[in-house]
Ligand binder design. Structure first.
Ligand code: BG6
Ligand code: MG
Length: 230
């Protein structure tokens, strides 16, 4: 008798970051922050913008103000963050499925076809608006956005909440992230982190691919089991 006949294979659960992993909004964030910086008398570079990825709006503002050596009161900061967000939301008006990043749609479809549970783990308070525009609001088994967390990445809160919504243990979760803060948050949650982007900007990920177009769920599980054997 085949002893493996009744062996059950545990599927992983996937948690996707939104901005920069599924949708090309990182550039809009950059444009809006740079517009604020210019109004304050300085500018930020694309490389400096890497530090703003993945972190909450208020934390990103603190980093921007630090870059420009600008001091501001709590009240002024609230106003600046709102000003930046208004521009960002204006840019989002033109967002449609054409802004989905390469492979995002296909990878999500393939994951669902395999029965893999999927969640969103985003720092953005605009996440649901964006998902709606992309027609992705109903594909996730759980959504965690910036309105549901109090601690910004690299704190693991967002991903731990995602695992809770999916009712899976953190060690069974694979996180897809384009930001260093997100990779660190995933690792702090005890999850496997997959970097989306350039290896140069993403340290500590189990694997880094330029986009989800370079991976299928099958290839990913093969690569992860190879890494485990090493
Ligand atoms: C993250 C982005 O997804 O959301 C960050 O990578 C951004 O750059 C953060 O600061 C918060 O977004 P929002 O939409 O709430 O300002
Ligand atoms: Mg991101």
């Amino acid at each position: 008798m085949n002893e493996n006949k009744h062996q059950t294979i545990t599927l992983p659960a996937y948690i996707f970051d939104l901005d920069g992993v599924l949708v090309d909004t990182a550039h809009y964030h950059f444009l809006a922050w740079n517009r604020l910086a210019k109004e304050l008398g300085f500018s930020i570079t694309e490389q400096e913008n890497e530090r703003l990825k993945g972190v909450s709006r208020m934390k990103a503002l603190d980093i921007v103000l630090e870059m420009g050596n600008v001091n501001a009161s709590a009240e002024e900061k609230e106003e600046m963050a709102a000003r930046k967000n208004n521009w960002y939301v204006e840019y989002l008006e033109t967002l449609d499925q054409g802004h989905l990043l390469p492979g995002a749609h296909e990878f999500i479809a393939a994951s669902k076809k395999m029965g893999i549970k999927i969640a969103l783990g985003s720092a953005s308070k605009n996440a649901r608006t964006i998902l709606k525009k992309l027609g992705l609001l109903s594909v996730f088994d759980g959504i965690v956005d910036g309105t549901m967390t109090t601690k910004a990445k690299p704190n693991p809160e967002v991903f731990l909440l995602g695992a809770e919504l999916l009712k899976v243990s953190p060690s069974n979760c694979v996180v897809f992230e384009d930001a260093q803060a997100g990779i660190e948050a995933a690792r702090a949650a005890g999850m496997t982190a997959i970097g989306i982007g350039s290896e140069h900007n993403l340290t500590g990920a189990a694997l880094v691919v330029p986009s989800l177009a370079h991976l299928t769920p099958e290839e990913l599980s093969q690569q992860l089991s190879l890494l485990q054997q090493q």
